[in-house]
Design a protein around this ligand. Structure first.
Ligand SMILES: [Zn+2]
Length: 249
């Protein structure tokens, strides 16, 4: 199982000493919800400098067989929460504007509790990104996305905005009410479920990565190259000055 640590962001393949699962059926007969159970999962980060635990809890549908209830491997998940860390938000670097980070973190925090509020914040965050990173500002998010697509077609899109990132926005637009969410005014709240809200958050994470983080990496690489060139130039200059001081050679 591939997993990305929510604390340090390191991607890794989870192996058994770092993963543990417990599950049980609640022995209460015929509740309104039907027979359910609880499943808990703990994953430890394999990065020795991190070594922290993620703990998730799921309420799952129990199955009945040979006279008793049990939790099947593919049990339907009725509710899922992350207990540790309390929000599934990734820790974002400081060079991403604070207003975007705040909307993103808040959207993550309330995703399970209130998907429609989460999606509203996520949509505002997405709009903020298009305005800040791409310099496009229109009334509706959908108009901004269309303007961005036009820039891309005309070869005028800001660096880092790839065909893929606009396709990712389009793909999310096709999912349930999220599409309607993008077409309506930002103040209109639309019913979405937690999975839809989560999809919108994943889109934002992808764009943070492809736009802001990639741009910063390019900047870092460039400034390294410039520093090397400057160091070389100054060495050459010193060598030249040294040879000028020896006119008799
Ligand atoms: Zn970690």
């Amino acid at each position: 199982m591939y997993w990305e640590c929510p604390y340090c962001g390191q991607g890794q393949t989870v192996t058994s000493p770092n993963f543990s699962q417990i599950q049980m059926h609640f022995e209460i007969e015929k509740p309104e919800s039907g027979e359910v159970g609880l499943r808990g999962q703990a994953i430890r980060c394999a990065n020795p400098e991190c070594n922290r635990l993620e703990i998730r809890a799921e309420i799952v549908r129990a199955a009945f067989s040979s006279g008793h209830y049990y939790i099947p491997t593919n049990a339907k998940i009725l509710h899922r929460s992350r207990l540790l860390p309390p929000s599934f938000a990734k820790v974002l670097p400081d060079f991403i504007p604070a207003v975007l980070r705040d909307d993103y973190e808040e959207a993550c925090k309330i995703c399970d509790l209130s998907p429609k509020a989460s999606a509203t914040l996520a949509r505002r965050c997405l709009q903020g990104m298009i305005r800040d990173f791409c310099g496009i500002s229109k009334n509706r998010l959908i108009d901004e996305v269309n303007a961005l697509r036009k820039l891309l077609a005309d070869d005028n899109a800001p660096r880092g905005v790839s065909e893929e990132s606009v396709e990712a926005i389009d793909a999310v637009r096709d999912i349930g009410n999220i599409g309607a969410h993008m077409e309506k005014d930002i103040s209109v709240i639309i019913e979405v479920d937690a999975d839809e809200a989560r999809t919108l958050i994943e889109l934002i994470e992808l764009l943070f990565e492809e736009w802001y983080i990639a741009r910063e990496k390019r900047r870092m690489r460039l400034s390294k190259v410039v520093a090397i060139k400057e160091a070389k130039d100054s060495t050459k200059l010193i060598a030249k000055e040294a040879s000028n001081e020896r006119p008799n050679e």
